[in-house]
Each structure stands twice: as structure tokens, then as C-alpha cells.
Design a protein. Structure first.
Length: 588
């Protein structure tokens, strides 16, 4: 390799790794030359499953890239002359556990060897994925992996340390739950199908809206005092609880202990309000609400007591609660305990503009609430919404907003983010795979360029030719949503205000072009999946019983899509759609 080419390669690699090294570095490692290698992969004899997994992926993908298969050896033999040292072993220096945390890792050249290692269960595996990305591997979707072909792989001198921006990273889309895809993209959420082979996940024993679990409604007949006083009467059903009742507190504490006993792998248990209003208005609950200046004060007062009790028996566990709807505004005069995570939920904001620059009152209120919560705790999680829950298949152009929100959250000291999208069996929500990929990358490193990630994904998934039309459609919708007067909520219908006749006509042409230039069955599948969104919008705006409805339904079912809204099945949607009075008049 000529020197100018090497310097160019080093520069590109430094950008990918997010670090710098001397431009004149000569200590390169010729990992593979002309399809051959004298390097081996070395792991500890007792390496945990995720480290062994990372080593196996290195072996497999280096072979796919270059044709060279590197043997995997254990550290119970002498150190080979040329080795990739994967994970802690007798050949690696002690790692700084405090600096790396549970998921940080190093990628470091040392003499003729390369070290990839981290302290926590997933860390080394993550480092292996990060290294493979530097040579061009990309896991774009569970079905699409990009593997470059090159017979020579040269590694420059490296001294890299990477840590995640957030401790908890979860895009909650069906398409993002695949075990291998999630692990390779360094996601660790509660709902991903991660297991021991991938180092587990940030697991919950009970996950949000837990009052019915902790204090079941079956208690009402004998203990109505556990339930809220509403309009002067104790009320059962799907309601909150009377949080100043000491028996309710005792039941909650015992319920959390049982939950952790039933799920010993879990790090977190949620003690959080039901998904409704219906709060208690008894004198004691009202007095504490007034004392702390917000409903959240009463709820935090209760959760803090649960957390204090749990800390005595489970000092390593966390209690999670919601700041949601009537508890979104923070209290005064009370702060969360260190083992309490506040999960803040911006459910009413506009999703088409960066929150900090949006003029919608709900967005301005949320930004103020985020700042106020950040001032009283460094243990915030976020529940962020990223789909239209009444219209899963409707294109949801929020890419102007959510990458900026990730960066806002990082600046605000947030520790974890949950992105709620279409989690129905079969998935199919707007841009689910693209959205999940961009989220995964930014959750690890918010400084990455969003536009480049989108371009990379589209070229890799749709193919170079088809991606041009797909990008024009994507940009058209994002530009429409970015208009200052155009606000987008998570239950908004696909109105002509966003999807004008002109937009629909242009979209039809762009999808026709994309379909024409899709060269593989998988490219065709992803174009057709994206096209469902436009077909759905047209059907909702202009109801019809012609062939376009049958084509839409056949395509959706072929792709395995089961729901058109949260809790609303495709079959039920079809039945309701066909029964519309306007479509069943005489002569229709």
C-alpha cells in the first residue's frame, strides 16, 4: 500500500472510531494480505459466552471479507506471535473497570497484536462489533448485512476507548427486537430478544403501569380504602391507588420484593401509575399534592419510600416510576432517591420539530419540565414516542426531531431512552428498520451525523439506484413536516394538510421508480413495505372498494403485518373499512 493511500485509510478509520491518532503512524498490523493471514484470535479459556460470540463473529466476518479464516485459540497456550486478543485474558493488561463501566471497551494495538476488551458482560462483544464496522461491516436490518470484499485488511495504530452515551438504549419496534441485530448494534433494552449469549439486557421485573399488579383490584371488596376517593366515593376498576394508606405502601414493597425474587436477572422494577387519570382526592393525598406543588410530588413521596425499603434487601436494584400526563410536571421540596429512576414521557408534544425550537405550548412545557427534572435528579430515563398510534402504517416524518431530542437528552443528563414505536406482531410501522438503525447509532454516540446514517442505510437496503427515489420521498415528507405551522401528534390522522394531492402524486411516481430499479427480491420487499404507508394514506383519504384495497391488504398480509393501530388488528380495520356507509350505498 502506498503511503498516501495508507494516510487516507487512517483518516477514514479515525472518523469511524471517533478518535485521532498520528497521521504518520507506521505501526500498522497486516491482518490479512492477499487473502492469507498468520494471525489467530485468542480468548480466555473460561471466556463468557458474549466474548466467545464476539470472537466467533470476528472470525466469520473476516473470512467473509477477505477469505482468510483466523483460528480461535485459548490463553492456556503460549502467546502467538500475531494475535487478536479478545476480552480479558492472561495476555491482556488489567482493565480500568471504573473508567470503562459495564459496557465500555478498548480497541488497542500493542506491538504486533490487537486488543479488543471490556470489563462488563457485553463490553468485549460490543468492541468486536465496533471493530468490524471500521472495515465496512454494517448490520442495517435483521435481513440486510453489508460485508465488503477485500483481500487485504491493514489495521493502523489504535488506542481507542468507547463508552455508550446512555446506559439504557431501546428502540421498541418489532423489527428492532431481533437478538442478533440488537446485539450487533449495541442495544440493551428490556424487550429485545437478548439472552445469555449476548450478555443479557437491562431487564425489568415489572414494566410500567404496575399499580394493578402491586395492589390488585380484587382487594377492593374487603379494602376499598386502598383505592382512590373520587367524587367522595372509593372507586374500583382501572384507577390509581390511595398512596397515603400505609397498607398500600406495605403491599407495594412486598410486591416489588416478590417481583425481584421471580425475576432475579432484573435490574429494575417499575412502581408506576396506571395509564389513566382517576387519582385519589382524599384529604391526605390532596395535602401532600399541595405540599409538593404537583401530583408528581405525592407519587414520588410514595415511590421514594418503596425504594428506601428495597435498598435494604436489594442494594443493587433500581425502582423506576413515571412522570407522565398528570405527573409530568416535577414537584418542589422533594427529590428522587439515588435508586429511583424517573421516566419522563413527552406524550403531548409536537413530533415534527425539535422540541427546543417548537412553538407548540405542549412542547414548550415539556422542555421546561425536562430542565426542572434534570435540576433535581441525575437519574432520568425518557419514554419517547415515535409512531402514530392510531395509524401505524402512516408515514411519520419525525426525523427532524428525534435525533435532536437524543442530543438534548444527553445534554440534560438523561441516562436512558425508550423509543416506543409499532411493537405489534409483524411490525410494519413507518420506517421501522431505518428509524431503529439511526436510533441505535445515536443512542451509542449522539455526535454521529444523522443524514449520513440515513444515506448509508438507504443505499445498503434499497440499492444505489432505488435509494435515490426512496430518499427523495423521505426528504419530501420531512420537508413538509418541518414547516413551522405543521405540527404532528401521535394520534393524528393522515390529513391532506401533510399529505397533499401533490405529495401523493409525487410519491406514486417515486415509488414506481424505486420499484423499477430494485434489483433483488429483498430490495423489492423493502420498497414495497415502505410503499404501504402511501397506499394506506390514499385509502384513508379516499375510501374505495376497488382493486387498490385488495392489493394493499394482500401486500400487508404477505409482509406479516397484523395491526394498523395500537391494539387494532388489520382484520378489524378491513371489516370496519368495508362497512363504511359511503361505500355501501346503492350503486356502489
Amino acid at each position: 500500500m502506498k503511503k498516501p493511500m495508507l494516510r487516507s485509510f487512517l483518516l477514514v478509520l479515525s472518523v469511524l472510531l471517533g478518535t485521532a491518532f498520528p497521521a504518520d503512524a507506521q505501526n500498522t498490523i497486516p491482518l490479512v494480505q492477499d487473502g492469507k493471514s498468520d494471525y489467530v484470535i485468542v480468548i480466555a479459556k473460561d471466556a463468557p459466552p458474549p466474548t466467545a460470540r464476539g470472537a466467533a463473529e470476528l472470525q466469520s466476518l473476516i473470512a467473509q471479507i477477505s477469505g482468510a479464516t483466523l483460528p480461535i485459540l485459548h490463553d492456556d497456550a503460549p502467546l502467538p506471535a500475531h494475535a487478536l486478543l479478545i476480552g480479558p485474558s492472561k495476555f491482556t493488561d488489567a482493565l480500568d473497570a471504573a473508567a470503562l463501566g459495564s459496557e465500555g471497551f478498548i480497541i488497542r494495538t500493542k506491538g504486533a497484536n490487537l486488543i479488543i476488551a471490556g470489563h462488563g458482560p457485553r463490553a468485549t462483544m460490543y468492541g468486536c462489533s465496533a471493530f468490524l464496522e471500521t472495515v465496512g461491516v454494517r448490520w442495517l436490518t435483521p435481513k440486510v448485512t453489508l460485508v465488503p470484499k477485500q483481500t487485504t485488511i491493514t489495521i493502523p495504530a489504535l488506542n481507542i476507548t468507547q463508552l455508550p452515551a446512555f446506559e439504557y438504549r431501546e428502540p421498541y419496534f418489532t423489527e428492532a427486537l431481533d437478538r442478533d441485530w440488537a446485539a450487533r448494534n449495541r442495544l440493551n433494552g428490556n424487550f429485545a430478544n437478548l439472552d445469555a449469549s449476548t450478555g443479557g439486557r437491562v431487564a425489568y421485573s415489572d414494566f410500567v403501569h404496575t399499580f394493578d399488579l402491586l395492589i390488585p383490584t380484587s382487594f377492593f371488596d374487603k379494602h376499598p380504602e386502598y383505592f382512590p376517593l373520587i367524587n367522595g366515593k372509593r372507586t374500583s376498576g382501572y384507577v390509581q391507588r390511595c398512596l397515603t394508606n400505609p397498607d398500600v405502601l406495605a403491599l407495594a414493597i412486598e410486591g416489588v420484593k416478590k417481583s425481584f425474587a421471580d425475576h432475579p436477572e432484573a435490574a429494575i422494577c417499575s412502581v408506576s401509575q396506571n395509564d389513566c387519570a382517576s387519582w385519589c382526592t382524599c384529604d391526605k393525598c390532596k395535602a401532600l399534592t399541595e405540599q409538593y406543588g404537583a401530583h408528581s410530588g405525592l407519587y414520588l413521596w410514595f415511590v421514594n419510600q418503596v425504594a428506601q425499603a428495597i435498598e435494604k434487601t436489594h442494594p443493587d436494584k433500581i425502582i423506576d416510576t413515571l412522570a407522565y400526563q398528570f405527573t409530568e410536571a416535577p414537584p418542589k421540596g422533594i427529590t428522587p432517591r439515588k435508586n429511583v429512576r424517573i421516566r419522563l414521557c413527552p406524550i403531548s408534544v409536537c413530533e415534527s420539530h425539535p422540541y427546543e425550537h417548537d412553538d407548540a405550548p405542549a412542547s414548550r412545557a415539556y422542555v421546561a419540565n425536562l430542565a426542572a427534572w434534570s435540576a433535581i435528579t441525575d437519574s432520568l430515563y425518557i419514554w419517547h414516542y415515535n409512531t402514530d398510534f392510531a395509524h401505524y402504517l402512516m408515514p411519520f416524518p419525525d426525523f427532524n426531531q428525534f435525533p435532536e431530542s437524543i442530543r438534548l437528552y444527553k445534554r440534560s443528563g438523561v441516562k436512558g431512552i425508550f423509543f416506543e414505536g409499532d411493537y405489534a406482531p409483524g411490525g410494519g410501522g413507518s420506517d421501522a428498520e431505518l428509524r431503529s438503525y439511526v436510533m441505535a447509532k445515536l443512542l451509542w454516540d449522539p455526535t454521529l451525523d444523522t443524514d449520513s446514517l440515513i444515506t448509508e442505510w438507504m443505499r445498503g437496503v434499497y440499492g444505489e439506484d432505488s435509494a435515490r427515489s426512496m430518499r427523495r420521498w423521505f426528504d419530501l415528507l420531512q420537508a413538509r413536516a418541518a414547516l413551522p405551522q405543521r405540527h404532528l401528534g401521535i394520534y393524528d390522522p393522515p390529513t391532506p394538510a401533510l399529505f397533499t394531492p401533490e405529495v401523493i402524486t409525487e410519491g406514486d411516481g417515486l415509488f414506481a421508480d424505486a420499484r423499477k430499479f430494485a434489483h433483488t427480491p429483498l430490495q423489492v420487499e423493502y420498497v414495497e413495505k415502505a410503499r404501504l404507508g402511501l397506499r394506506y394514506v390514499k385509502l384513508v383519504q379516499h375510501p374505495t372498494l376497488d382493486a387498490s384495497l385488495d392489493e394493499f391488504l394482500a401486500s400487508a398480509r404477505k409482509l406479516g403485518i397484523t395491526q394498523t393501530s395500537e391494539g387494532g388488528s388489520l382484520d378489524a380495520w378491513e371489516k370496519t373499512y368495508r362497512a363504511q356507509p359511503a361505500l355501501n350505498k346503492p350503486g356502489k
